[in-house]
Design a protein around this ligand. Structure first.
Ligand code: DAH
Length: 352
């Protein structure tokens, strides 16, 4: 029946027309790739797309009409695809331009510096101290951190039952035999065993003591040992040498004071103080208001120590000293907390 089929046809055509109008209007509102993707799946989607829904529904349409409707639907599909593709070009171009504007790169900027490491303030201080003694003719030598009881104590005139052992609470590896050195002094023995006089050497390095840790005490710290042996050296030379060192490392105004003291491996022995570089001697917290700060011990090498290494004390004589590196670094850089040295905190280390 032609009338009825004509009516059906008109109905389907107007369905396609309104679909076209809706799709075109929606497309004009698509401003982003994401919106366009949503639009594409709504209208042209293989599964649920509206155009395909019409094409799928065609199996219900009688033969002659099916062709016409199919053709119209396919045309609509092609038309919408072309419109979408044109729209995509516009959107992509616009989005790319926006992205480029957002992500401008100034290729003329200089590159970023790689962070370079620096020397730890203790390493720096040790090197400076060694440079000063090198200039005075001292060799720089290193020795083992794990020592024997013999080198750390006995050969330095500190027998097993000697009360001086109580001054240095020791970390034992093998009790009574092997230990972490409590001082750099065992290198006095090692050097003298290996060379004949004259001797002029300094030995920097780590030492270990079972200390109660606080702002000025650590269980691991650094010393520099000094040893000079010849046939004529006196305590005046020791004094001059230490004074020269103090003035080089701090300032020419620095004064040195020797305080009588006791070490089993030196006789006489003296504690070495320098005028506080923070207050210049007038009294402050660093020097506990005394104006002086102790930097180490020293003395004339004990004849028994010389005999222990088969040096004849009737012929040879010399002096020795041991300097605390942390003390010196703390004064030089104005640091009031010794634990900062071993905490590996970049906020502290970056300052050097
Ligand atoms: N070794 C001593 C200590 O750690 C310091 C010392 C004192 C070293 C006198 C010396 C010296 O060479 O002569 O307490």
């Amino acid at each position: 029946m032609p009338d009825q089929s004509h009516a059906l046809n008109a109905e389907r055509t107007s369905l396609l027309d309104s679909l076209r109008r809706r799709a075109v209007a929606d497309l004009e509102h698509c401003e982003t790739s994401a919106a366009l993707t949503r639009w594409t799946s709504q209208y042209l989607g293989r599964q649920d797309g509206e155009v395909n829904a019409i094409l799928r529904g065609m199996k219900d349409i009688p033969g002659p009409e099916r062709k016409a409707v199919g053709q119209a639907a396919n045309e609509l599909k092609g038309e919408l695809e072309a419109l979408a593709s044109a729209r995509r070009t516009v959107i992509v171009t616009r989005e790319l331009a926006a992205q480029l504007a957002r992500e401008t790169i100034d290729v003329t900027l200089p590159g970023r510096d790689l962070p370079l490491g620096g020397l730890h303030p203790i390493t720096r201080t040790i090197r400076d101290i060694c440079d000063i003694f090198s200039a005075m003719g001292f060799q720089v030598i290193e020795g083992p951190e794990v020592e024997t009881d013999y080198y750390n104590f006995q050969a330095l005139n500190i027998p097993a039952d000697h009360p001086a052992r109580d001054m240095q609470d020791t970390f034992w590896v093998d009790p009574g035999q092997i230990l972490l050195r409590t001082q750099t002094s065992p290198n006095q023995i090692r050097i003298m065993e290996q060379t004949s006089p004259p001797v002029r050497a300094v030995v920097p390095g780590k030492v270990y003591r079972n200390e109660a840790i606080d702002a000025t005490h650590e269980a691991m710290f650094h010393q520099i040992e000094g040893l000079l042996i010849d046939e004529v050296t006196t305590m005046r030379d020791l004094r001059g040498c230490v004074e020269r060192f103090a003035r080089e490392i701090f300032s020419e105004q620095t004064k040195v004071r020797f305080r009588p003291s006791y070490f089993p491996f030196t006789e006489p022995s003296a504690e070495v103080d320098v005028t506080c570089i923070v207050c210049k001697g007038s009294g402050c917290r660093v020097c506990k208001q005394s104006g002086w700060v102790e930097i180490g011990g020293s003395g004339m090498v004990h004849p028994q120590v010389l005999r222990n290494v088969h040096y004849d004390p009737a012929v040879y004589r010399g002096f020795a000293f041991g300097i605390g590196v942390e003390r010196i670094a703390m004064m030089r850089y104005g640091i009031n907390e010794i634990r900062l040295f071993s905490q590996n905190d970049l906020r502290f280390l970056n300052q050097f």
